[in-house]
Each structure stands twice: as structure tokens, then as C-alpha cells.
Design a protein around this ligand. Sequence first.
Ligand SMILES: CC(C)(COP(=O)(O)OP(=O)(O)OC[C@H]1O[C@@H](n2cnc3c(N)ncnc32)[C@H](O)[C@@H]1OP(=O)(O)O)[C@@H](O)C(=O)NCCC(=O)NCCS
Length: 201
Amino acid sequence: MISTLYKAFRKVKGMLFMPFYNIYAKVIFFLNDVNYGKDLKVLGVMKVRVTRRGKVTIGDNFCANSGENFNVIGRQQKTIFWVEGELSIGDNVGMSSTALICNHKITIGNDVKLGGGVCVYDTDFHNLDPEIRRDPTLDKKTSGKAEVNIGDNAFLGAHTTILKGVTIGENSVVGACSLVSKSIPANQIWAGNPAKFIKEL
Ligand SMILES: CC(C)(COP(=O)(O)OP(=O)(O)OC[C@H]1O[C@@H](n2cnc3c(N)ncnc32)[C@H](O)[C@@H]1OP(=O)(O)O)[C@@H](O)C(=O)NCCC(=O)NCCS
């Protein structure tokens, strides 16, 4: 009985609060000049920071879960857009607690699914030269950067990390917890650290 009441309360609470997350997302997108399409659906609080030279466009039917209450697969983080470059997200893209760190350019196609805890980096964050790395300003300015492309209908398993310069081909799948340092052709499954070819789809 108590359990039934608790579950009903939980459901009602969820339904009451859900619209506020969407409103919060719209406000934070507005304040950061993020262009988004129709039927935005965000659950949880996203962390969004777009600099003056940063640009973000999101297509229709974007769906994001953010944080522990809405991404229940473990190893929580918020959905994060940290953008100093150009981030483009197509139509019908879904992501859960995903971090997109864009210093240069990240392009995500249509119908892409980014599993819980995925991180996409188009930068090394730091310079590889030990002397330059001692100077915080120069270090950040001169860190390696290269465009990331995630093709239409790709599916990245939970906790995968995509490094700079990688292209994921259309329809391809990346296994959970993979580290992708090289590009993946279309219609293939890759997995592991570093990600290796598993099979054709
Ligand atoms: C990649 C994946 C889709 C493959 O599934 P599958 O087609 O059923 O593949 P199998 O289980 O038959 O595995 C095939 C091979 O890939 C390996 N493999 C599968 N997933 C792997 C992974 N994540 N990392 C490393 N190797 C992996 C298997 O060990 C197996 O290797 P073997 O041929 O040497 O024995 C699945 O393992 C996976 O990672 N799913 C992601 C789930 C997920 O994260 N969802 C998102 C939640 S938000």
C-alpha cells in the first residue's frame, strides 16, 4: 500500500516538474544564443556555456536527459555544452548526460543517439609541448584541435569518449565504454579502448 502511494507520488511529482526543465533549457539556450528547432524535450538541468565566438544550432525533436534523476545508468554527469567553436546538431537527436566540448567544430547528424555519459572532445585541452604547457594562456590557445563529425543515425554506447579529428560514419555503432581515437567508416560496429573494428552491420 505504502509502496503504491509512493510510486503514485513519484509519478505525479515527475509530471509536475517535467515542464520546468524544458522551460529552464529554453531560457539557458536563449541566454547563450543557441538556435533550436521544434519540439525540444529536455529533462533535468543542462550546463550550457557558449562564448561570444561560439555558435550552436540544434534541429527539430532534440531530446536530452541530464543528471542523476533522468539518466539512471550510473556514472552521472549533466548534459554539458561547452562551446567556443561551432556545434551543429541535426534533427531527432537524443542524448543522455552527454558532454560536448567544442573548441573548434563538432557536427552531429540526424537521428543520432548518444548514450549515457558520452563525451565528445574536439580539443586536447592542453599543448603537448611541456614548456608551452607551463604557460596557462598559451597552453590553451595552442592545444591541438580538429573537427569531429558524427554521421546520421550513428549510435554511441554509454560512456564512450570521442577524441578530436574523429568521424563516425553513417549508421555505425560504438560499443559501451569505448575510446575512439580514429575515424570509423559507415555501417560498422567498433568497440574497445582504443576502439577496433568488431563487425559490419
Ligand atoms: C557494441 C554492441 C552493440 C555489440 O553488441 P553485439 O552485436 O550483441 O556484439 P557481441 O556481444 O556479439 O560482441 C561481439 C564482439 O565485440 C566485443 N564487444 C562488444 N561490446 C564491446 C565493448 N563495449 N567493448 C569492447 N568489446 C566489445 C565482444 O567481446 C565480442 O568480441 P569477440 O568476438 O572477440 O568475442 C554492444 O556490446 C554494446 O556495447 N552496446 C551498447 C549498449 C549501450 O551502451 N547503450 C546505451 C545506453 S544509454
